[in-house]
Design a protein around this ligand. Structure first.
Ligand code: ADP
Ligand code: ADP
Length: 226
């Protein structure tokens, strides 16, 4: 479904990605692991077109050169990024935040149905639908960020460190939802510093170091090495 071919990205003189090649098959949940600074977040930013490629290609469905789309075009194609740090709009209500996730869509009746589906998946968000995003707890903000992404009807979700800063109980809750989405057929590329958690849900994993893929293996192989 998604293929990165020899992707290079620099921030000024900092070479963040030095030839990343990887694939996410349709319906797969793939983990992107590795130490801080390895290039995991930059890989997601390259896919969602938040940083330009210096070299290489990003191809969707074997044919579409995603690296030529603007960021909004990537969302329209069903590739939706949940950046690290629970990026929501603190001054908008929970419900308004969710509506912003549907910015590429026009049919209001359909959007309302999807809103209800998000509320079923995240009952805590429904209870707080009229509260400002900034007043939610960290875990609720992470759920809101994921819920907002679902409003764009993703085929491929790019999740950046969804466990960051959450209590173990909330991590479990968030990862149960990630597992559910995977079972429902959403493809997922999951960045995690906590390899243990990621390998419980992922089918395959890539390990990045210094902007390169240093290991690619089925998750069960990596689990047995832990
Ligand atoms: P993580 O390693 O958890 O992905 P970072 O700490 O690298 O996150 O980055 C956090 C934020 O700081 C990001 O928005 C990133 O773009 C920015 N950032 C990271 N490294 C640098 C840097 N060397 N110079 C400027 N901004 C940076
Ligand atoms: P990871 O997500 O694996 O922690 P990142 O993709 O955040 O890694 O960072 C990869 C490299 O790029 C690091 O050396 C980081 O300092 C650098 N970097 C990330 N974001 C920025 C930025 N906005 N400006 C400059 N350097 C950055």
């Amino acid at each position: 479904m998604l293929e990165l071919k020899d992707v290079h990205v620099s921030y000024g003189s900092v070479r963040a990605l030095e030839g990343i090649s990887l694939q996410v098959g349709s319906g797969e949940l793939v983990a992107l692991l590795g130490p801080n600074g390895a290039g995991k977040s930059t890989t997601l930013r390259a896919i969602s077109r938040l940083v330009p490629l210096r070299r290489g290609a990003i191809v969707l469905d074997g044919a579409v050169p995603l690296h030529r789309d603007p960021p909004e075009g990537v969302v329209r194609r069903g590739v939706v990024h949940v950046p690290e740090g629970r990026q929501i709009f603190p001054e908008l209500t929970v419900e308004e935040n969710l509506w912003t996730g549907a910015f590429t869509r026009r049919h209001r009746a359909e959007i309302r149905q999807d809103l209800e589906a998000v509320y079923q998946r995240f009952p805590r968000l429904k209870e707080r639908r009229h509260q400002l995003g900034g007043t939610l707890s960290g875990g609720e903000q992470q759920m809101l960020a994921i819920g907002r992404a679902l409003m764009a009807r993703p085929r491929l979700l790019l999740l950046d460190e969804p466990s960051m800063g959450l209590s173990p109980r909330l991590v479990e809750e968030v990862f149960t939802i990630i597992g559910d989405l995977h079972r429902e057929g959403v493809s997922i590329l999951l960045v995690e510093q906590n390899a243990h958690i990621a390998l419980q849900v992922a089918g395959r994993a890539y390990v990045l170091e210094n902007g390169r893929v240093v290991l690619s293996a089925p998750a069960r192989e990596l689990r047995s090495r832990e």
